[in-house]
Unconditional design. Sequence first.
Length: 451
Amino acid sequence: MIHTRPGNANNAVTPIRGHVKRKILFANIPADGHFSPLTGLAVQLKNAGHDVRWYTGPSYAHRIKKLGIPYYLFSKAKEVTIHNIDEVFPERKAIKNHVKKIIFDICTYFIERGTEFYEDIRDINKSFDFDILVCDSAFTGMSFVKEKLGKHAVAIGILPLCESSRQLPPPIMGLTPAKSFAGKAFHAFLRLLTDKVLFKKPHALIEEQYHHAGMNRNGKNLFDVQIDKSTLFLQSGTPGFEYRRENMSPHIHFIGPLLPYNNGKPYTLRFEDKLYRYSRVLLVTQGTFEGDVNKLIVPAIEAFKNTDKLVVVTTAGWHTGILREQYKAFDNIVIEDFIPFNEIMPFADVFVSNGGYGGVMQSITSKLPMVVAGIHEGKNEICARVGYFKLGINLRTENPKPEKIKKAVNAVLTNPLYQRNAEALSVEFARYNPYQLCEQFINNLPVGSNR
């Protein structure tokens, strides 16, 4: 069932800005890092006159409604989110090994949902015969929609590019490119181990699903198959934040940093006076997925409480009241549920983060060097790039001690290399107009079925 009536829906194909008006269905895995980067693009396409609608879980309904976009809710699909994942899959809590946890999440959070997503979208297509699916790159219903319904599928890369390469280590391990012959040989072994052993269960699940659907994986691993099955793969970011590789698939295009929709309304920083009273400003966040504030937020506060540095913490609603009570005696600690990064980052000197991709993109855009500490949910790959390109310091842990955070922050503040590199990459970022590029790629897709 559609929620809110579309103002620009009609069955006729009419010219629009010299192009053809399209029916576009957005879809996302129910996680902020998969949803937010798509919001600005959806509004851009809606404002350009396309008939844009969205398929999502109930948790995102109110946010899509605010965008003025009609939406369809999960029906057959199970909504698994940061708030219920350990309840839906209680065995997940007992998994401590990083790689095993990733494999578990890949199977349950992503692959097993794929056919459910497809069944819902197949039903939606009966009343909304859309032309193009636009989704985050991890949306596992995409391949079925493209091949079974004959739709164009535009995947938005909301994580570092995961396409396999003989020049690179396998993804999920957080390794950087090898320079020595021995290192390259070891990475070749790891690629084989990953595809044949670590990904054995995920690949078996994909094979089973594809077999029932009459589809073929074509020997691609679970990351490559998402890229291979897309019509276009539009990667958020630029080549300067990606490892160099040869033979990248021709339908992969860098589009610059795809940031969340900004409505342009002014936001008042209630602590603005403090931004000018302290010698340095540190912005600290664990993103929206990680709810254990003892991993990074608490040790970061402990490292700098009662110092000449202002620590601005955004919690995404995780234990804000408890933290405020705990640190109310310290004037240099500010704790908020949410602050738009584009409002606070211009004041900050260092961004302390667990390495969420969207936050890192905004940090680079703001010429802000980083200290990152993240492993799970693929954040080790993002943190590895921050360290590799010397945009900051990668602490290579989920649970850094206060002393380690303090040492890293002070190193970033005293070594101008990190600031220079962030500024240089921000210049590359500024050369891209993400919304305009995406719109051009979508407008240029052939009219009609993708079969």
